[in-house]
Design a protein around this ligand. Structure first.
Ligand code: FMN
Length: 326
């Protein structure tokens, strides 16, 4: 059986920053908070991105937005993702206090959500290369390492992947991530490897491949078919974060039970109880996906009103599943 860690694992140089591995955790709104990023990093992810944060929100000192950016020195390197369409707002956000701790600014040019597209943000920027270029240049003026995550285009009739990749490099981007689905495909369907391969052929900066990786086999196929420099995993990392230790050959004695309890510890330390409850319930329901015998606990888990209560039910859920997994 071929192994990712034998064939493709490497350190990656992104501008002035070197990551320990080339297996990354994707930005995910509502999930990739500090505890989750720390878990993925512990399991071998070389980099884990914050969820998208509005560049405008930071400009107007929005506290809720700023809260999404909690980090500390245990996380290195740190990567924050910004969303927006106004170059000056990006420049302000990159130079401001809220992002001061972050080493890498990632620009979201792939979000397919209707409201975002209507505002000319996210994937809409694949239709305006000149504005996209100005945004990258504005971020670069902060002196930070800048990366861009984008889709190949809005739909299969408007594929701009090669020219967009070149524009990113020419505007100063230090790495690009290509999600191999068009905006119309949203989050389903097989990623189109050829789009990612075209981006890789177009530029000399590192290219990360994203979309549809649910197993080591998928990751190998992605690397074989695209020639990318690394992979980025989103949804499957929520379900089974051990994909990071598997791909990177990182030894771990953790179990889902020990991980969820550790996540609860960090969440309680950095969030208030309501936020901690919300996050741990969301993550647990992903952890429970595909595990037998957990359905009967779900309602009780959602109804837990305190972290103490929640921990008790989680101990039952994940002890049961570990037994039934053997
Ligand atoms: C719940 C959720 C939230 C997401 N939030 C973001 C985000 O904030 N920024 C971003 O660039 N992509 C976001 N994405 C897209 C993922 O980063 C990724 O590109 C996509 O899910 C494809 O990867 P996958 O097939 O491994 O899930 C999100 C995806 C999901 C499922």
């Amino acid at each position: 059986m071929k192994k990712f860690s034998d064939l493709y694992l490497k350190k990656l140089h992104i501008g002035s920053i070197t990551t320990e591995t080339n297996v990354f955790t994707a930005p995910m709104a509502g999930y990739t908070c500090y505890p989750f990023r720390m878990m993925c990093r512990k399991l071998g992810a070389g980099l884990a991105f914050t969820e998208m944060v509005s560049a405008n929100g930071l400009k107007y000192n929005d506290r809720a937005t700023a809260k999404l950016l909690y980090t500390d020195k245990a996380e290195f390197p740190k990567a924050v993702q910004l969303l927006g369409s106004v170059p000056s707002a990006f420049e302000f956000a990159c130079k401001g206090d809220y992002t001061a701790d972050y080493d890498i600014i990632d620009i979201n040019m792939g979000c397919p959500v209707p409201n975002v597209i209507k505002s000319g943000e996210g994937c809409a920027l694949t239709g305006d290369l000149s504005l996209a270029s100005k945004i990258i240049e504005s971020c670069k003026r902060s002196g930070k390492v800048v990366t861009v995550k984008f889709r190949p285009g809005m739909n299969k009739k408007n594929i701009v992947v090669s020219e967009f990749a070149r524009m990113c490099e020419n505007s100063g981007a230090d790495m690009i991530t290509v999600h191999g689905r068009t905006r119309n495909m949203m989050y389903s369907g097989e990623p189109v490897y050829e789009y990612i391969e075209s981006a890789k052929r177009a530029v000399n900066i590192p290219v990360i491949a994203n979309g549809g990786i649910r197993s080591e086999e998928d990751a190998l196929k992605m690397m074989d078919r695209t020639g990318a420099d690394g992979v980025m995993i989103a949804r499957f990392g929520l379900e089974n974060p051990f994909i990071f230790s598997q791909l990177t050959g990182t030894h771990t004695d953790e179990t889902k039970l020990s991980l969820i309890m550790w996540q609860a510890d960090i969440a309680e330390a950095v969030f208030d109880e309501t936020e901690a409850l919300e996050y741990i319930k969301k993550l647990s329901s992903y952890f429970m996906k595909g595990l037998h015998g957990t359905k009967k606990f779900k309602q009780e888990m959602y109804e837990s009103g305190s972290m103490r209560e929640l921990r008790k039910i989680l101990a039952l859920i994940f002890k049961e599943t570990e037994k039934s997994d053997v």
